[in-house]
Design a protein around this ligand. Structure first.
Ligand code: TEU
Ligand code: CA
Length: 507
C-alpha cells in the first residue's frame, strides 16, 4: 500500500446536481471517470455525516447518517458501488477527537446524565490552553456549571478518550462503516485523542499508542489503508504509530509548515524545504503520505510563486511542484483542483470568506486596527477558503459547478477543466503522465535520497534518478544536455531549464 494515488474530494465544492449551490454525492458519482482517468486508486471524502456545518462537517452530530445537503445513505451506497465498478476504493474521514455540541451524547450530558458527562472533559478552573481557532479551549456550560474542553471551535466538544465507553462506541461506529463498504480511513487530528489538558498535553499524549493499537485491533486491523493527520509529527513519531498495531501512514506538514505559527507571512527557503524532504525520505525509513495541498492550506503553487500570468505558466508551476511528489516514496495525495492548477482565490473580498477560522481571524485583525487591505492580503495568502472554492468544470454558468449561486464564492483565477483539457499546456494530462511514470518506476525510487538547493534550483537524487527543478525566475543552463530526459514539463530545447521547468534523468 505504498504506491497508490489518493484523490481528495471536498464534497461541498465538487459538483452540485440538485442545484442548491452545494456539492453532493451524486455530483461525485457523475465525476468518477474524471478521477479514474487521472490515475486515482482511492478517493477520500472529507466528512459527509450529519452536521450543523460550523466547521464544514468536522463537527458531526450523527455518526450514522449522511448530511441531507450531500444526499442519503442510499446515495452513499450507490457511490460505493460505482467506485467498486471502477476499481476505486473509498476512504472515509473519521473525526474521533471531537463531536458537535448538537450530538445526542453532549445534549444528554448537559441535561444531567452522568454516563454521558464522562464522555467529555470538564473543569472548574480553565487553564491557559487555547483552541486552534483562537480564544480559550474552555467554554462554560451553564447547565453543568463547569467548563468543557474544545481544542477547535466551541461547537466542537472534545471527547474523553480515557473513558473506555467512549472508545467502545467509536469502534462500533467504525465497524458500521466498514460493513457498509468503505475500504480506507483518514483519521482527523488523531495525534490529539490522548490529550491530557490539565498537564497542557494535547498532541502525542502518553496513551496515544495504546489507544491506537486498541482501535486498530477492534476495527480495521491491517486490512485497509489508514492515514492519520498529525500536524506536529517528526519521522521518529511516525515510526511509532505506523505498522502492524497502528496506521498505514501519517500526513505530516513539515514541508508546508510555513504558515505556522498560523497567519504568519514569513516564508521557508528552498534549502529549508530540501532539509525537510531529506529528513522524511531517508532515516528512519517511513513511507510517507505525500501531500502538496488540502482543504486546510492555501494552494501551494500560490505560496511559492504567486499568481500566474497565463495557462502555460500555471502549468509549469503546478507540474514542477508535483515532480517533488513523484520522486518520493509514498502514496500520492492529490487535492481536488490541484490537477487543473487551481490557485488561491485572489478575487475574494472580506465578505466572501466563510471558513470559521478565517472569520474569527478577520474579527481579531479588525480589532487590532489593521486596514481592510492588509487583512485581505493575509487572507489571500493563508485562509483555508483559498482551497475550498468550487471546482470549475467548464465555461458555462458558475463554471458548471451548479446552476444556482454556490455556497462559497467562485475562484476567478486560472483555467477550468474544459479549458485545461483542450490546451497544449494541460496540467491534468501532465499529472496523468507523471502518475503513470511513478507507477512504472516505483521500484527504482529508494531511501538513497538527497535533495539539495543550489541557488534557485532544487536538485533531487532519488534511487536511480536525478532531477533538477527550477524554482527561480531565471533560465539556467543544464550541464546534462546531451540526453533526452526521462520525464520533463519542458516543451523545447533540453539544454536550458526555463523558470519552473523540471527534468528527470537516469542517475
Ligand atoms: O485539521 C486540523 C488542524 O489542526 C488544522 O489543519 C486546522 O484546520 C487549522 O489549520 C488550524 O489552524 C483538521 C481538519 O482537516 C480541519 O478541516 C478541521 O477544521 C479540524 O481538523 C477540526 O476537525
Ligand atoms: Ca446539491
Amino acid at each position: 500500500m505504498n504506491n497508490k494515488v489518493i484523490y481528495q474530494i471536498y464534497p461541498k465544492s465538487f459538483k452540485d446536481t440538485n442545484n442548491d449551490g452545494i456539492g453532493d454525492l451524486n455530483g461525485i458519482i457523475e465525476k468518477i471517470d474524471y478521477i479514474k482517468n487521472l490515475g486515482a486508486d482511492y478517493i477520500w471524502l472529507t466528512p459527509i455525516l450529519k452536521s450543523p456545518q460550523h466547521d464544514n462537517g468536522y463537527d458531526i452530530s450523527d455518526f450514522y447518517d449522511v448530511d441531507p445537503i450531500f444526499g442519503t445513505i442510499a446515495d452513499y451506497k450507490t457511490l460505493l458501488n460505482k467506485c467498486k465498478e471502477s476499481n476505486i476504493k473509498v476512504i472515509f474521514d473519521l473525526v474521533l477527537n471531537h463531536i458537535s455540541t448538537d450530538h445526542e451524547w453532549f445534549r444528554r450530558a448537559i441535561n444531567g446524565e452522568e454516563y454521558y458527562q464522562d464522555f467529555f472533559v470538564w473543569t472548574d478552573q480553565p487553564n491557559s490552553l487555547m483552541s486552534a481557532f483562537g480564544s480559550s479551549a474552555w467554554t462554560y456550560n451553564q447547565q453543568v456549571g463547569k467548563y468543557y474542553l474544545h481544542l477547535f471551535d466551541e461547537t466542537q466538544v472534545d471527547l474523553n478518550w480515557h473513558n473506555p465507553e467512549v472508545r467502545k462506541k467509536l469502534y462500533e461506529m467504525i465497524n458500521f462503516w466498514i460493513d457498509a463498504g468503505v475500504e480506507g480511513f483518514r483519521l482527523d487530528v488523531i495525534d490529539l485523542i490522548a490529550k491530557e489538558p490539565e498537564k497542557m498535553i494535547t498532541s502525542n499524549g502518553p496513551n496515544l499508542l495504546n489507544y491506537l493499537s486498541e482501535l486498530s485491533n477492534a476495527t480495521f486491523s491491517n486490512k485497509f489503508l489508514t492515514v492519520g493527520e498529525c500536524w506536529n509529527f517528526q519521522p521518529q513519531d511516525t515510526v511509532k504509530i505506523t505498522g502492524d498495531e497502528g496506521l498505514t501512514q501519517v500526513f505530516h506538514f513539515s514541508h508546508l509548515n510555513w504558515i505556522y505559527p498560523k497567519w504568519n507571512l514569513s516564508r521557508i527557503s528552498l534549502s529549508e524545504l530540501s532539509q525537510v524532504m531529506n529528513n522524511w525520505q531517508t532515516e528512519p525509513k517511513v513511507i510517507e503520505a505525500l501531500t502538496l495541498n488540502n482543504h486546510d492550506l492555501p494552494r501551494l503553487q500560490s505560496y511559492w510563486f504567486g499568481p500566474s500570468a497565463n495557462h502555460k505558466e500555471n502549468y509549469l508551476k503546478s507540474t514542477l511542484l508535483f515532480a517533488m511528489n513523484i520522486l518520493s516514496q509514498g502514496n500520492t495525495y492529490i487535492y481536488q483542483g490541484e490537477e487543473i492548477g487551481m490557485e488561491n482565490a485572489y478575487n475574494f473580498k472580506l465578505d466572501d470568506y466563510n471558513d470559521i477560522e478565517s472569520l474569527n481571524k478577520i474579527q481579531e485583525l479588525i480589532a487590532s486596527g489593521l486596514s481592510n487591505e492588509e487583512i485581505l492580503r493575509i487572507m489571500h495568502t493563508v485562509s483555508r477558503d483559498n482551497a475550498r472554492t468550487p471546482m470549475k468544470w467548464d465555461s458555462s454558468q458558475n463554471y458548471g459547478f451548479s446552476n444556482s449561486k454556490p455556497w462559497l464564492e467562485l475562484n476567478e483565477c486560472n483555467q477550468n477543466v474544459e479549458e485545461d483539457l483542450a490546451s497544449q499546456y494541460s496540467v491534468y494530462k501532465k499529472y496523468q503522465e507523471m502518475i503513470n511514470w511513478k507507477k512504472n518506476n516505483y521500484n527504482d525510487l529508494t531511501f538513497d535520497y538527497k535533495a539539495e538547493a543550489v541557488d534557485k534550483v532544487l536538485m533531487i537524487k532519488s534511487g536511480k534518478f536525478i532531477a533538477k527543478l527550477n524554482f527561480g525566475t531565471k533560465p539556467i543552463i543544464s550541464e546534462i544536455n546531451e540526453v533526452k530526459p526521462l520525464l520533463t514539463n519542458k516543451v523545447d530545447n533540453f539544454s536550458v531549464l526555463q523558470p519552473y521547468e523540471f527534468i528527470i534523468f537516469k542517475r
